[in-house]
Design a protein around this ligand. Structure first.
Ligand SMILES: C[S@@+](CC[C@H](N)C(=O)[O-])C[C@H]1O[C@@H](n2cnc3c(N)ncnc32)[C@H](O)[C@@H]1O
Length: 274
C-alpha cells in the first residue's frame, strides 16, 4: 500500500528495497524503516524534531506519565477496528510510544491491525524502528503521505501537525481522524511559571477541514494530575516548544525545582468524512 513519493506509483518489494514501475528505488534501512521523504518536502537538512528532542521525549514517555493518554487513544482506535486488518496511520508518530502501545493493546484483544507510523524526523523514526518490527515506519511528511489513496481506516494525529487535504485523500469512505491536542489547562502550572502571561485558550475549529467536507464526530477530554521530578521536568522542557518561547530567567528557575505538580489536560476529537 506504499506509493512512490515522486510519481505516486505503487511500490513493490525488490529484495531489501522498494521500487516503482519507473525504477525509483528506496532502500530499507537496516533498522527496518524506509525513507520516503523527497527533497521538496524537506525544508531543512534534518527536518522535524532533533536527536536531543527525540531522546528527551523517549525518556519522558517511557516513565508512563502520559500512559492515560495512550490508553484513551487505544480505546478509541480499537473501537474502530471492526474489519479485519484495519489500517491505522500515526501521522507524526515521533519515537513511536503511542503506536507501539496500540500494537500491544490490539494484540491483547486479538484484534488484527496494520499499523504505520510516519514522521519527518529521521531521528524519531530511527528510535521508533527499534521498538517494533511489526509496524511499518516511514520517514515522510504529512504534506505528502506516500500511502495509497483511500486505504486508511484511521489516522492518529497526536500533538502533531495535521494536513487535512492529504489526510482526507488517504482515508476510506468510513475513515476517521483522531486529533489529540492540548486542552485549556494542559501543563498550566508550568506555563504560569515560565510565561509573563497566559493567553486565553481558544480551541482550533479547523475551518480548512470543514471546508473539505470533514465533520466533527465524538469528542472527549482527559484531565489528571502528576508530579514530575527534576529529570522529567528537564525532559518535558526539551521535548516541547516551551523552551524556545519561555522567559529565560523564569526557565532557569524552573530547571532548579526538584519537583513540580502538573495538570495533564488533553482533548480527543474525531473528524470523519460524513
Ligand atoms: C510534538 S511532536 C509529537 C510526537 C508524537 N506524536 C508524540 O506525541 O509523542 C511532533 C512531531 O511531528 C513531527 N513533524 C513535524 N512536522 C511534520 C510533518 N510535516 N510531517 C510529519 N511529521 C512532522 C516532528 O518531527 C515530531 O516528531
Amino acid at each position: 500500500m506504499l506509493n512512490c513519493p515522486i510519481d505516486g506509483l505503487i511500490l513493490e518489494c525488490d529484495n531489501n528495497s522498494l521500487k516503482c514501475a519507473h525504477g525509483h528505488s528506496y532502500d530499507k534501512a537496516k533498522q527496518g524503516y524506509i525513507n520516503l521523504l523527497t527533497v521538496q518536502n524537506k525544508r531543512s537538512k534534518s527536518p522535524g524534531d532533533s536527536k536531543e528532542m527525540v531522546a528527551a521525549r523517549q525518556s519522558f514517555l517511557a516513565s508512563n506519565i502520559y500512559k492515560p493518554i495512550s490508553e484513551k487513544i487505544n480505546q478509541v482506535a480499537l473501537s474502530h477496528t471492526e474489519t479485519l486488518a484495519t489500517n491505522i496511520l500515526d501521522a507524526g508518530c515521533g519515537e513511536g510510544y503511542y503506536l507501539t502501545q496500540l500494537e500491544q493493546a490490539a494484540k491483547k484483544e486479538e484484534l488484527e491491525t496494520n499499523l504505520l507510523g510516519l514522521d519527518i524526523s529521521k531521528f524519531a523514526i530511527q528510535a521508533a524502528a527499534k521498538k517494533s518490527k511489526n509496524i511499518q515506519w516511514l520517514v515522510a511528511s504529512n504534506r505528502q503521505i506516500p500511502i495509497a489513496d483511500q486505504s486508511l481506516d484511521l489516522i492518529l494525529c497526536i500533538f502533531g501537525f495535521p494536513v487535512f487535504s492529504e489526510f482526507k485523500q488517504k482515508l476510506t469512505t468510513n475513515g476517521k481522524i483522531l486529533l489529540v491536542e492540548s486542552a485549556e489547562n494542559h501543563l498550566i502550572e508550568l506555563r504560569e511559571l515560565i510565561y509573563p502571561e497566559i493567553k486565553p485558550y481558544q480551541q482550533n475549529n479547523y475551518q480548512e477541514a470543514l471546508d473539505l467536507g470533514l465533520t466533527w464526530g465524538k469528542s472527549d477530554t482527559l484531565s489528571y494530575q502528576v508530579e514530575l521530578n527534576k529529570e522529567q521536568l528537564a525532559e518535558l522542557l526539551i521535548m516541547t516548544p516551551h523552551i524556545h518561547r519561555a522567559n529565560r530567567e523564569k526557565l532557569e528557575q524552573v530547571k532548579k525545582l526538584d519537583k513540580l505538580a502538573l495538570t495533564i489536560n488533553v482533548n480527543f476529537r474525531l473528524l470523519q468524512i460524513k
